[in-house]
Design a protein around this ligand. Sequence first.
Ligand SMILES: NC(=O)c1ccc[n+]([C@@H]2O[C@H](COP(=O)([O-])OP(=O)(O)OC[C@H]3O[C@@H](n4cnc5c(N)ncnc54)[C@H](OP(=O)(O)O)[C@@H]3O)[C@@H](O)[C@H]2O)c1
Length: 297
Amino acid sequence: MKCLVTGATGLIGQALTQRLVDPIVTSRRPEGLSPMSCIQWPVTDTTPGPDDPIDVVFHLAGEPVAGSRWTQARMDAIRNSRIDGTRQLVSWMATWETTPKVLVCASAIGFYGDRGDEVLLEDSQPGSSFLADVCRDWESEAARARDLGIRVVFARIGIVLAEQGGALDKMVPPFKMGVGGPLGSGRQWMSWIHLDDVVGLLLHAAESDISGPLNTVAPQPSTNAEFSRVLAGQLRRPSFLRAPAFALRLGLGKMSDIVLASQNVLPRVAEETGYVFQQPTLEGAIQSCLSGKGGRP
Ligand SMILES: NC(=O)c1ccc[n+]([C@@H]2O[C@H](COP(=O)([O-])OP(=O)(O)OC[C@H]3O[C@@H](n4cnc5c(N)ncnc54)[C@H](OP(=O)(O)O)[C@@H]3O)[C@@H](O)[C@H]2O)c1
């Protein structure tokens, strides 16, 4: 399976490319990425296509969503890097001598917005929020690849847990200092997934005949309070200091959506198509991240 990966230098892209044989990657900074073949991102219609036919394109590139405060400029970058980037990718693929068989495009559970306790499956309606709008439009751009005869999968990725990087990088320090605890009411659902399963599901999406949305989440979402309890337990620290929602909104602005929105998402398509999770439980996933090479505790 010959693959091209955009956003290959990111958290998910690095883990994915390690599982691929001689992938072609794209980057805004291609220098220093050898021995992998690297193409300058963003691509245009005049960017030469890959030398050899590509079977699968994994599209992961995009301005990071978490991190610094959502100013208008950052929100524009989050949106434009995905919508314009995906449009340009599809337009570039149309110029290739041989079109790929599959486009696996990242999306996010932000697609569903803030939905309380509602169980969210792949056919649930989109929510209404900045991220929901971005995800919906991002998927629409990717769907245009169907006109080229390409099978398209939207991997609606949940909160990624990894040894290094990802959500735990931000969550562990306050717990280690003994000031961790639930965020807001703690009742909001967190649909998490271990990085190994993100990669596993992206490969599953490429190799199966899935078409359309693929909830890329573990089968056991947890509430934020439960997540905090498990994390604190494994770090052997308390978890009673609740961060009130108003303080989070004040401190993080609109970005507080990321930690306060409730998304109870289940991986129905993954399970129906026979994917076996490597880290199905929260306890196991957190333990694997904390005891890995990163050695967080
Ligand atoms: N990690 C998560 O928890 C999570 C959850 C849901 C969805 N996702 C989605 O999955 C995809 C991959 O996630 P990730 O965590 O691996 O992302 P990441 O670590 O932030 O990496 C994304 C890559 O995109 C490129 N990039 C960054 N800013 C860009 C910009 N303004 N314009 C174009 N390209 C840019 C960078 O590659 P170069 O610098 O080499 O160009 C970067 O390595 C993203 O689209 C993300 O939204 C991730």
